[in-house]
Design a protein around this ligand. Structure first.
Ligand code: SAM
Length: 672
């Protein structure tokens, strides 16, 4: 078995090996080392891409006709250099500038890639394209900034300003397509509008033209779905015909005589009517303004839905309102990384928060994510340095003892066994809240919800405002994001385990600060220094302008009391000292002046969150039970939930969505 085959089985991504050749006009063009074929035409790759995939899927006409809020989905076999994607993005931008009604329409581009190109090579390739086709440059840089680490699974890249979502599924295309959920028995059902069949020539890349891939293409299409390919090989023609497409031979690009276009005519969909955007929700209500509610609101608003966010208290008044949350990967053996919610969620959150940092900079508000890096001392970890070797270094690596001491500030501890998580950082919940609530489609309303009434056409929520006046609001649908109180709002939602957690922090003296750890450390708990930002005081008693040191967190089952307890400061203090004894000389023994915040975490028996539609309901949804991992899990779960609500493809596999379902078997038996 070749290394690549072994790696595939282990779910390890083998990056593309790029060779270079000179094309017809003297430009350097990349060639695949694995397949020995060109990524794009030697005549003019960009012109070929536009001719084959854009023109012959009639994208200019079809995209221009989208209704407001309507989403158009393209799926591609073989992302390669991203040239097709960039050409499509540039067309989309042009059309949005020309047709005002496209302001709220969306483009969803789903792509697959077995050997993704390493970032440095991609930068090289696309820089050359930027010089040849300056109209692409505005799209190249954001793509490079968002380009994910080469880890198997789905990576969602949202380009909010252009209403564009790119889902990159790293791994074999057939497997990836098989994971897309398109359940024709539930409405609205996702489907692909246009296929870009762009494998290497069938003679050197048979997997992308195999029977099982066409079976997936058929499954994910519906009448009027189109496909285009530069190839006119007999095997391609036959496969398209066998799988419900009517094919048409047209003039190929440049010297190529023929290429194929195809239209799906096999009506496997019971209802052939077009979605025109009319049946999409225009107003949603989200109940609960913690991290789940804020992120759900954000995802829905970015699809053009007006959102009313309700909470009986202020936003972030509950367990999500800590001064800082540590965002760090929870490493897992790589063979199941593509199905590991925490990894997918962590990578998406980290990408999103960095984008929000740009928005925060423009709005002159504090950054949402401070990239500090973090060091896991492997005191209570389920994985060691040997098992992370196959991960890209930016995800996790092991530092030498000297480097680890240098970076952490620890001096005596043996930290030769460690994981350094260079892309980790501290999330500032208050800063996140500020950016979310600035969105023009989001409105916060304080309301203690008293009743929820779903009818055929709408949902009506009634309750009491702060001044006890009554208020009723109607919407197309409702998402309950009320953590441990969700069950009280709708008893179809599992009554979860409730876990009290208290975070502690204090103001170190300059002398103490100089000797405390310099970055977040993970042991059986975690500790970190942090610098207060403006408005931190809105959520927590924090001495502004003085550096703080934070320790977390206690973990007390079946306790919903949220008063601060001195004994839990002590537990966090002792946990830190026992993990890192040298800090006993630095951390003050007197904890009486420590500050804290206690919240109630919500957890299911299988530890997975609850995300999806409520049983026997058309308009009621839930997103809850994030445990202590809300800042890593909520952004991707909110995207998946919004996709289910809108009838678009989620960035999580069908198996993962089943594991999150509010109706899953594990949630059928109440806790004792
Ligand atoms: N669309 C690309 C572009 O715009 O640069 C060019 C695609 S190139 C002709 C074909 C791509 O398919 C390569 O990047 C290759 O690694 C990928 N590929 C080949 N077999 C695959 C498979 N089984 N699953 C996913 N991707 C595959």
């Amino acid at each position: 078995m070749s290394t690549t085959q072994t790696d595939d089985l282990l779910n390890i991504i083998t990056p593309a090996k790029i060779d270079w050749q000179t094309d017809d006009t003297g430009n350097m063009v990349p060639v695949s080392g694995e397949f020995g074929d060109v990524y794009f035409s030697h005549a003019d790759g960009l012109a070929e891409s536009r001719h084959v995939f854009l023109t012959h899927n009639q994208l200019p006409e079809r995209l221009a006709k989208l209704a407001s809020n309507q989403c158009f989905t393209i799926a591609e076999l073989g992302f390669g250099t991203g040239l097709n994607f960039l050409a499509t993005w540039q067309l989309w931008r042009q059309l949005r500038n020309t047709y005002p009604q496209l302001a709220s329409s969306r483009l969803h581009f789903i792509t697959t890639e077995i050997h993704p190109i390493p970032l440095a090579d991609l930068r090289h390739i696309l820089t050359l394209w930027g010089q040849r086709a300056p109209e692409l440059t505005e799209c190249i840089e954001p793509l490079l900034i968002a380009y994910p680490p080469l880890i198997a699974g789905c990576h969602r890249l949202n380009f909010f300003a252009d209403n564009l979502t790119l889902d990159m599924w790293f791994g074999d295309a057939t497997e990836s397509l098989t994971k897309l959920l398109s359940n024709k028995s539930t409405e609205p059902t996702p489907y692909v509008d246009a296929w870009f069949l762009d494998g290497f020539a069938p003679s050197c890349n048979s997997t992308l033209w195999a029977e099982n891939i066409f079976a997936q293409i058929q499954r994910l299409s519906r009448p009027s779905t189109t496909a285009a390919t530069y190839s006119s090989a007999g095997v391609v023609k036959r496969a398209l015909k066998t799988h419900g497409f009517e094919i048409n031979k047209v003039k190929g690009f440049g010297r190529k005589r023929e290429m194929l276009t195809a239209v799906m005519t096999d009506a496997t969909f019971s209802d052939g009517s077009e979605y025109d955007g009319d049946n999409l929700p225009t107003h949603s209500i989200v109940i609960g303004a913690g991290v789940s509610g804020l992120l759900t609101t954000w995802s829905l608003a970015n699809r053009g839905t007006q959102v009313t966010l309700l909470d009986k208290s202020a936003p972030l008044a509950g367990a999500s309102g800590n001064p800082r949350a540590l965002l760090a990967p929870k490493m897992t053996p790589i063979h199941h990384v593509d199905e590991h919610l925490h990894t997918i969620g962590y990578l998406y959150s980290s990408r999103l928060y960095r984008q929000l940092n740009d928005m925060a900079e423009q709005a002159k508000t504090p950054p949402v994510l401070e990239l500090t890096g973090a060091l896991d001392l492997l005191i209570k970890a389920n994985i060691g340095p040997e098992q992370i070797i196959d991960y890209p270094n930016e995800m996790a690596t092991t530092l030498s003892s000297g480097q680890a001491q240098e970076i952490s500030g620890l001096k005596e501890q043996d930290i030769s066994k460690n994981l350094y998580l260079s892309q980790s950082g501290l999330v500032n919940p208050q800063a996140l809240k500020q950016i979310v609530l600035m969105h023009p489609l989001i409105r916060f309303q304080q309301l203690e919800v008293d009743s929820i009434n779903e009818t055929e056409n709408q949902v009506c929520i009634a309750g009491y405002c702060q001044d006890r006046s009554e208020l009723a609001i109607t919407a197309d649908n409702v998402v309950i994001c009320a953590a441990f109180e969700s069950h009280q709002l709708d008893n179809r939602i599992f009554d979860c385990r409730k876990i009290r957690g208290q975070l502690s922090w204090f103001t170190p003296t300059p002398e103490q600060l100089a000797h405390l750890p310099k970055i977040p450390l993970k042991y059986s708990g975690y500790c970190t220094p942090f610098t207060p930002q403006m408005d931190d005081g809105q959520l927590n008693p924090i001495v502004a302008s003085q550096p703080q040191f934070l320790l977390g967190a206690s973990f007390i089952r079946n306790d919903t009391d949220t008063r601060i307890r001195l004994e839990e400061h002590q537990i966090s203090h002792d946990k830190l000292i026992s993990a890192i004894p040298e800090l006993s000389a630095i951390i003050p023994a007197d904890i009486s002046s420590w500050q804290g915040r206690a919240g109630v975490r919500t957890q299911t028996p299988d530890y997975h969150p609850i995300v999806g539609r409520l049983a026997d309901s058309n308009r009621m949804w839930v997103m809850s039970a994030m445990g202590a991992k809300g800042y890593a899990l909520a952004p991707i779960c909110a995207e998946a939930l919004t996709d289910m609500m809108m009838g678009t493809f989620a960035p999580l596999s069908a198996a993962m969505l089943a594991r999150l379902s509010p109706s899953r078997t594990r949630l059928q038996t109440p806790l004792v």
